[in-house]
Design a protein around this ligand. Structure first.
Ligand code: FAD
Length: 452
């Protein structure tokens, strides 16, 4: 029998890779190695969910001070001290990175802190030139921000750089309409930056329920962001003083202190040796896998953003875990990608699970239950921002096919709604549940008549 250096070699120490390595080694006793070329923890921990959410909290405290003043508190609001925040953020990310490293090592995983590339069906080449063999290889290299060709090399930021700014700019152009663009636009505005958000599509949050798109867009505008949809960048120039001059399809030319491209992410496969090893890729570069995350090369598997199924941390983790159970635990496990809940951490947040109204209508008759109102907490102080609670119900089976919430704490609420929906709850199950009063989410069980 062929002898390999390892049972498993994982390329990428992010959400999916770390979970797969830890379960394979710690629970199933496999001999596992992993390569990470940047920092352990990957996008989520180092330059995604975690630093983003901490910035959301930071911006939220500013808004809370404004609200407190309107409630009657005597508050003196100063400027946001980015340097102090950065200092704390760096320390927190270092702490988390060392926890990820320690947990993997405790499970018995050997970590190579360098780049690795696939050199064959059972071999990997490390950046230091060593060749390592493994019975199985797991590609967990994630994704990377996409910047359109003409604008590369100008010094504009992506989400990779935004957490590393030395100081806050006075003004910022945010390009893109996805969840990262919306969150970053609002965080920056909340920290005192003048933000223009430009998106070439007709509404932000493409793919989300249309009512969610409209509620979030309205909130962005109400909070002072210059939101320009149906507008594309036509030229970007770096000026001598370091600022940017941007031209757009509407003909306007403006200058900004900083520019953030949040124009999508692409699978991280460049130079990974996958084509040479015969691994099939989709047109956009994503590694093609079956339900068990196996590629067309039987010894090579892939999980997480590099497979471009659903680009979310909990999905990558679930895929990594299922891979380890399938290959090393003797329990073939396919991940169920249906009804995955997700949140957009704008102010208010959006939380969503299941089908949008548009998706559900395409499949059959539906009833739409919806409440849109100004929440008590902020309407008291005159804020116009509206909350949304929406259920998409199958008119035949009565099952709730989708739940969409725009409200403070929607990210927390949708997790619970997702359990009910995953269990197959009907509209009548929601109806027989007694409300918690006074809350916003009581609307979910008080929606009596369909609006359409
Ligand atoms: P990653 O976490 O990206 O890990 C891949 C790792 O592989 C990286 O550490 C990389 O350095 C390493 N690597 C790549 N190539 C090599 C190589 N050749 N050799 C060695 N190492 C390599 N998801 C949510 O669920 N909720 C959120 O709120 C959320 N917010 C986000 C905000 C931002 C700004 C961004 C960018 C993403 C956000 N995401 C969020 C998405 C989430 O971060 C990803 O879905 C998740 O990190 C994917 O995990 P992964 O294991 O596939 O890849």
């Amino acid at each position: 029998m062929t002898q390999f250096d390892y049972d498993l070699f994982v390329i990428g120490g992010g959400s999916g890779g770390v979970r797969a390595a830890r379960i394979a080694a710690g629970e199933h006793g496999a001999k596992v190695a992993m390569a990470e070329e940047f920092r352990m923890g990957g996008t989520c921990v180092i330059r995604g969910c975690v630093p983003k959410k901490l910035m959301v909290f930071a911006a939220g405290h500013g808004a809370a001070l404004d609200e407190a003043a309107l409630y009657g508190w005597q508050v003196e609001k100063g400027r946001f001290d980015w340097a102090a925040f950065r200092h704390r953020l760096d320390a927190e990310l270092n702490r988390l990175e060392s926890i990820y490293t320690r947990n993997a090592e405790t499970a018995g995983v050997t970590i190579y802190h360098q780049r690795a590339e696939v050199s064959g069906a059972h071999s990997v080449r490390l950046a230091d030139g060593r060749e390592v063999t493994a019975r199985h290889i797991l590609i967990a290299t994630g994704g990377t921000p996409f910047v359109p060709e003409p604008y590369r090399g100008l010094g504009a930021m992506t989400s990779n750089e935004i957490f590393l700014m030395d100081r806050l700019p006075g003004s910022m152009l945010v390009l893109g309409g996805g969840f990262i663009a919306c969150e970053m636009a609002q965080v920056m505005q909340g920290l005192g930056v003048q933000v223009t958000q430009m998106y070439r599509g007709k509404q932000v949050l493409r793919g989300f329920d249309q009512d969610v798109q409209e509620h979030v867009a309205a909130a962005l505008v109400q909070q002072g962001i210059h939101l320009e949809v149906n507008t594309d960048l036509t030229a970007l120039e770096r000026l001598r003083d370091g600022r940017f001059r941007a031209s757009c399809t509407q003909g306007r030319v403006r200058e900004f202190d900083a520019v953030l491209f949040a124009t999508g992410r692409v699978p991280n496969v460049a130079g990974l040796g996958l084509e040479a090893a015969g691994v099939q890729l989709a047109e956009n570069g994503a590694v093609k896998v079956d339900a068990y995350s196996q590629t067309n090369i039987p010894s090579i598997f892939a999980v997480g953003d590099v497979t471009d199924r659903i680009q979310l941390t909990p999905v990558a983790i679930r895929e990594g875990h299922a891979f380890a159970d399938t290959v090393f635990g003797g329990t073939p496990t396919a991940v169920d990608h249906a009804d995955v809940p997700s949140a957009v951490f704008t102010r208010p947040e959006a939380g969503t699970v299941g089908m949008t109204e548009e998706e559900a209508r395409a499949r059959g008759p539906v009833e739409i239950y919806m409440a849109s109102f100004r929440p008590m907490q902020t309407s008291f102080i005159g804020a116009e921002t509206k909350a949304l609670f929406k259920l998409v119900v199958c008119a035949v089976t009565r099952r709730v096919l989708g739940c969409h919430i725009v409200a403070p704490g929607a990210g927390e609420l949708i997790q619970i709604a997702a359990v009910a929906i995953k269990m197959g709850a009907t509209k009548e199950d929601f109806d027989r549940t007694i409300a918690v009063h006074p809350t916003m989410s009581e609307e979910l069980v008080l929606l009596r008549k369909p609006v359409r």
